[in-house]
Design a protein. Structure first.
Length: 385
């Protein structure tokens, strides 16, 4: 297996079907998974699914995400390679970027405070997991119903979603880079015969213990409009209490605000343009005896560095107001190069902001004068319309 970086956001992953494969290569599927670990300790079940493609294609274009790319081959019976091909990639940033925000849902206290649909935080595993189809009130015999764990007393659901606690408002329309933070494990919560709640025909592997049919995908959607101020009418215990409706099945439900968003798309690193962003995680499992354990969940938002410059002539006694072609995300660093200056001349900069600045030149007698100058503004982000 080999990997080639083609752009700042993509790689080409190539492979060859094993020479000892005696079956029809056309029936093989290449399963590509990814782990954020770069130290060589990445494990197949503790990873997330990127793609499944025909093995005879020999390659696939993938998002560039630092970590470990892994490939196994799967036949028509669903059997996979015993070992995974691995390739680690860890490329440093070529240019400095401005880190706007690092958000981690798992480090809140308590963890994962956002809206939970068919998922919940398991304190037993300190992770976000899929819920099950059972309620404690339905148990005739408590001990019999929860032999293994009170968290997993029934058949697991095949999917669920978690909405991040807060949306992000950049204050204007900007192009930003997202870097996902995602660390998962696979789990058989009831991996003995006595603890299985599913029919034996639905067991993933009777003898094995490799929960590799789980997945978690971070998704986001964006809006170019200013955020709405919608509030949900509930009996919150205090202003700081998240205002959710708690359903009987344990899910939390919050009212959809009036913000108009685009559709959700997977976060696989890259550059995206918008003002308001909302995030969620989709948890899934191909079999109801497995669940993903989401240990780390979050993202980073970064701005590219940019410089704007121009030559300007001041306007005598009035301060020269300079407006940047595109507003920066925050006030940039400003450099002034003045020409035709006489001895004793000086200038005063005022009203510096992310949108521009004002400048006035004075002579040695403190009288405002005309002078030609150029400016260089170095900062991050370019606000769009």
């Amino acid at each position: 297996m080999s990997i080639q970086v083609t752009t700042t956001n993509e790689v080409i992953l190539k492979w060859k079907v094993p020479s000892d494969w005696s079956g029809n290569a056309e029936e093989l599927v290449a399963v590509i998974r990814h782990s954020s670990l770069t130290d060589g300790t990445a494990l197949w079940p503790n990873s997330t699914l990127l793609r499944e493609v025909s093995a005879t294609t020999d390659y696939v274009i993938l998002p560039l995400v630092n970590g470990t790319y892994m490939v196994k081959f799967k036949d028509t019976e669903g059997d996979k390679s015993a070992t995974a091909l691995k390739h680690i990639i860890n490329i440093p940033e070529e240019r400095p970027k401005f880190l706007v925000q690092t958000r981690r849902e798992d480090t809140d206290s308590p963890p994962f405070q956002g809206q939970q649909n068919d998922v919940f935080y398991s304190s037993q595993y300190d992770a976000l997991v899929l819920n099950n189809d059972d309620l404690i009130d339905d148990k005739v015999d408590f001990e019999e119903g929860y032999l293994g764990s009170i968290d997993f007393g029934g058949e697991l659901l095949s999917s669920g979603e978690y909405f991040f606690k807060d949306k992000v408002d950049l204050g204007g329309i900007f192009t930003v880079e997202f870097q996902r933070i995602l660390q998962t494990r696979g789990l058989y919560p009831n991996n003995t015969i006595d603890l299985h709640f599913t029919d034996i025909d639905e067991w993933t592997d009777f003898d094995g213990d490799l929960p590799d049919e789980t997945n978690c995908v971070i998704q986001f959607r964006k809006s170019n409009d200013a955020p709405s101020d919608d509030e949900i009418a509930t009996e919150a215990t205090s202003e700081s209490t998240p205002e959710y409706i708690l359903l009987e099945d344990g899910n939390k439900f919050s009212q959809e605000d009036s913000q108009v968003y685009d559709d959700f798309i997977p976060m696989e690193n890259g550059r995206f343009t918008g003002r308001v962003f909302q995030f969620k995680a989709d948890l899934s499992s191909e079999y109801t005896d497995q669940t993903p354990l989401v240990d780390e969940l979050g993202f980073k938002i970064l701005f590219d560095n940019r410089t704007e410059s121009a030559a300007v002539t001041t306007g005598g006694s009035n301060p020269k107001v300079v407006t940047f072609d595109k507003a920066f995300y925050q006030t940039p660093k400003l450099g002034i190069t003045a020409s035709n200056m006489a001895t004793g001349d000086y200038y005063v900069i005022s009203s510096e902001s992310r949108t521009g600045f004002s400048i006035t030149f004075f002579n040695s007698s403190n009288a405002a004068i005309d002078r030609t100058f150029s400016y260089h503004a170095n900062g991050f982000g370019a606000e769009g319309a």
